[in-house]
Design a protein around this ligand. Structure first.
Ligand code: CO
Ligand code: ZN
Length: 330
């Protein structure tokens, strides 16, 4: 599983350009399920069929990662950019980004009186070009770049870019792999465009029309020095979502997750995320409403090039999902 996580995080997959990630996951999922397809918005759907009256459960993990998009190229070959998804200019100082073709850029900034004045409009990307023409040979307006960082495993802790949400994708893959028999019809959906407003999950949920939904994504923690108060820590188990800004978990799903964790001795913690959303936000508002909850992987430094998760938490998330999918729901 560690090899899959390493390969997943190092893939290029900004919002709207999830093809490489989808292709990689499709190869692994095909032998594990009955059908795999990609829909119009780039969601990858893997279906494990159930009996005719089986409950239909949609599991969703988004494939896209945050990035920057090129808005302008100047006469000296410096690139101006904006963000795709939640990126802070302060996170970018000193970092590298990678374009689809492998071109590497570094961030620079204009002279500032105070560092707090830093905004995207005061920053640029330098790809080492010395003229507009030289830059345009490599990069075009509208091209998107993602953080350029290698995967690191240090003890139980993974440090990498785009663990939001390739770690969720890895959890779904591993769940499908460990699952013995399920009485349900299962849709493993690897969604597109979560980082700009839970978009892929919206059309996938409409199309699949599930009875229940579970999103699998990262959540924040409150366990670092002087952190914002949050009762979630790295290494303390799977996080069962109570709420975030996009969803209040349905009691049917939330309570079933808690009951299942307790019955199977799986470490868990309750997650109240004050800011941020997940695919559950789209799924639960589909058609006449879908009871939906979420299983979250605690993560530090979300949307930075060095996010951090604990492999014990990852394992607890997989065990919880396997147990809940193998048991009865209704
Ligand atoms: Co995110
Ligand atoms: Zn996410």
């Amino acid at each position: 599983m560690q090899d899959i996580v390493k390969e997943l995080v190092e893939l290029y997959g900004p919002t709207g350009r999830e093809e490489q990630v989808a292709e990689y996951i499709a190869k692994i999922m095909r032998p594990l399920v009955d059908e795999v397809y990609t829909d119009a918005l780039g969601n990858l759907v893997a279906v494990k069929r159930g009996s005719a009256n089986a409950e239909k459960i949609m599991l969703a993990a988004h494939m896209d990662e945050v990035g920057v998009i090129i808005t302008d190229i100047d006469d000296n070959g410096f690139l101006r950019f904006s963000n795709i998804g939640g990126v802070s200019p302060f996170t970018l100082i000193g970092q590298r980004v990678r374009f689809a073709d492998g071109t590497i850029g570094v961030f620079g900034q204009e002279k500032l009186d105070q560092i707090k004045d830093l905004k995207f409009s005061k920053m640029f990307i330098d790809i080492g070009a010395s003229s507009r023409q030289e830059a345009e040979a490599k990069v075009s307006i509208g091209d998107v770049a993602v953080y350029h960082r290698e995967f690191t495993l240090q003890g139980q802790r993974v440090i990498a870019k785009s663990l939001d949400n390739r770690i969720g994708c890895a959890v779904l893959i591993e769940t499908a792999r460990r699952l013995q028999a399920s009485p349900h019809e299962l849709y493993f959906v690897f969604t597109s465009q979560e980082e700009v407003g839970l978009r892929g999950a919206r059309t996938a949920a409409y199309s699949l029309n599930p009875d229940y939904g579970i999103a699998v994504d990262v959540t924040g923690t409150g366990d670092t020095p002087e952190a914002h108060r949050m009762a979630v820590s790295l290494g303390k188990g799977a996080a069962i979502k109570v709420k975030d800004s996009s969803v209040i978990s349905h009691p049917i799903v939330k309570d079933l997750l808690v009951k299942t964790a307790k019955a199977n001795g799986i470490s868990y913690q309750m997650e109240v995320l004050e800011r941020g959303g997940t695919d559950a936000g789209s799924i639960h508002l589909t058609r006449s409403g879908v009871p939906t909850g979420a299983v979250s992987i605690p993560s530090r430094y979300i949307h930075s090039p060095s996010e951090m998760v604990d492999l014990g938490d990852v394992d607890n998330c997989v065990r919880l999902l396997v147990a809940v999918l193998e048991g009865p729901w209704a």
